[in-house]
Write a protein that binds this ligand. Structure first.
Ligand code: NAP
Length: 342
């Protein structure tokens, strides 16, 4: 049985304590944890981390073939469906003790807007969790997510995050900087563009913006510990890797890991934007969009790193052995990825 204790908490921006409610501090390990976005980068590693540590996992996925490749080795129960659909959500949550909500989009595509996929989907998930009496929710937000952000992606995650915080559920919000790992869509995209570039590689804005890349395995451990540690309820955690790195420093480490050399050339973002806009119109799977290009000029580091401070995890470094997965990228595979239908 889940431990049931009374606690109170304060809604953000309010000094008034919300009425005490009996909610479980820890999820019942005998019941499955629903993981949305289970076949994505964070999802694969979260499912692995949870099952390895005795959690029952129910994976919500859209594409059974892709999920079988990504998760086929793991003892997980599958539910197939779209997480924007309320009926799918209720059916998937039925009988669960907790939900880890990872599903989101970073690039808008036909029929998938930030508003629908990131914000409305989370609001529907909260309603479905309430209806199915699933009290515990871990929400994967984003460092910089803010309902007042001028950037549409960060705003959509910020509004979703606010909904989770005011849901009355036992929530934990995780706010990682950029995540790296074999299936990531940031470092791999940079590496593919490097493979396709001849001798020189353009760095948006000189590559001065700072990031704090965090390994996907470290993020997955935080998800599990959030479910297991009682004091993570009603907490929001900023998460980053070992050290802040500029985009230029990250690119240099990527080049080293790939065994490649390119001259890094500073290009103003304003000059790249029309090119990226054009590429978005003609390439089926564009590596970057004008909106995401703008985010490459924003610092994405964390002041209080919960990875080390609260969770006492020694970060996996963004270097050497950890980036070996980039070596398998060839010019051919890089080109092919641009034409994959999503
Ligand atoms: N990667 C990062 O650098 C980073 C940094 C900070 C925060 N985050 C957050 O971490 C979470 C996981 O990101 P990720 O990197 O693992 O992303 P990812 O690899 O793109 O995975 C996202 C998953 O969500 C699924 N999904 C999207 N819309 C869905 C829908 N309507 N119904 C069902 N499934 C849907 C996708 O399914 P399909 O496979 O079918 O498309 C995909 O498997 C996201 O919330 C993201 O915002 C990521």
């Amino acid at each position: 049985m889940a431990s049931r204790e009374s606690y109170s908490y304060e809604r953000e921006g309010s000094a008034t304590a919300v009425a005490e409610q009996p909610l479980p501090y820890t999820a019942d390990k005998k019941k499955p944890v629903l993981v949305t976005g289970a076949a994505g980068l964070v999802g694969i590693h979260t499912c692995r981390e949870l099952t390895k540590n005795g959690w029952k996992v129910r994976a919500l996925i859209r594409d059974p073939a892709r999920a079988a490749m990504a998760l086929g080795q793991l003892p997980v129960e599958f539910r197939v469906g779209d997480a924007r659909d309320a009926t799918t959500l209720r059916g998937s949550l039925s009988g669960c003790g907790a939900v880890v909500h990872l599903a989101a989009i970073a690039i808008e595509r036909k029929g998938q807007t930030y508003r629908e996929a990131n914000t409305a989907m989370t609001e529907r998930l909260i309603s479905a969790a309430r209806a199915e009496s699933v009290q515990r929710v871990i929400f994967m937000s984003q460092n910089g997510a803010d309902s007042a952000s001028p950037h549409a992606f960060l705003r959509s995650k910020g509004v979703a995050q606010d909904s989770v915080k005011t849901s009355g559920l036992a929530w934990t919000v995780l706010r990682p900087s950029v995540i790296f790992g074999p299936e990531d869509q940031f470092v791999n995209v940079l590496a593919r563009l490097i493979r396709l570039s001849p001798k020189i590689f353009p760095l948006p804005g000189g590559g001065k913006a700072r990031f704090q890349p965090i390994a996907v395995d470290d993020v997955a451990r935080v998800v599990r510990l959030s479910l297991e540690k009682k004091d993570t309820v009603q907490q929001s955690y900023d998460l980053g890797g070992a050290v802040p790195l500029t985009l230029r420093q990250m690119t240099e480490r990527i080049l080293t890991a790939m065994g490649a050399t390119r001259r890094l050339v500073s290009v103003p973002i304003a000059l790249l934007r029309p090119l990226v806009g054009l590429a978005q119109r003609i390439i089926p799977n564009p590596p970057v969009t004008p909106g995401l290009l703008d985010l490459l000029a924003l610092d994405n580091t964390v002041a209080n790193n919960a990875l080390t401070e609260q969770f006492k995890i020694v970060p996996i470094p963004f270097a050497g052995d950890e980036l070996q997965y980039l070596r398998r990228i060839t010019a051919r595979s890089a080109l092919k990825s641009l034409f994959e239908q999503k």
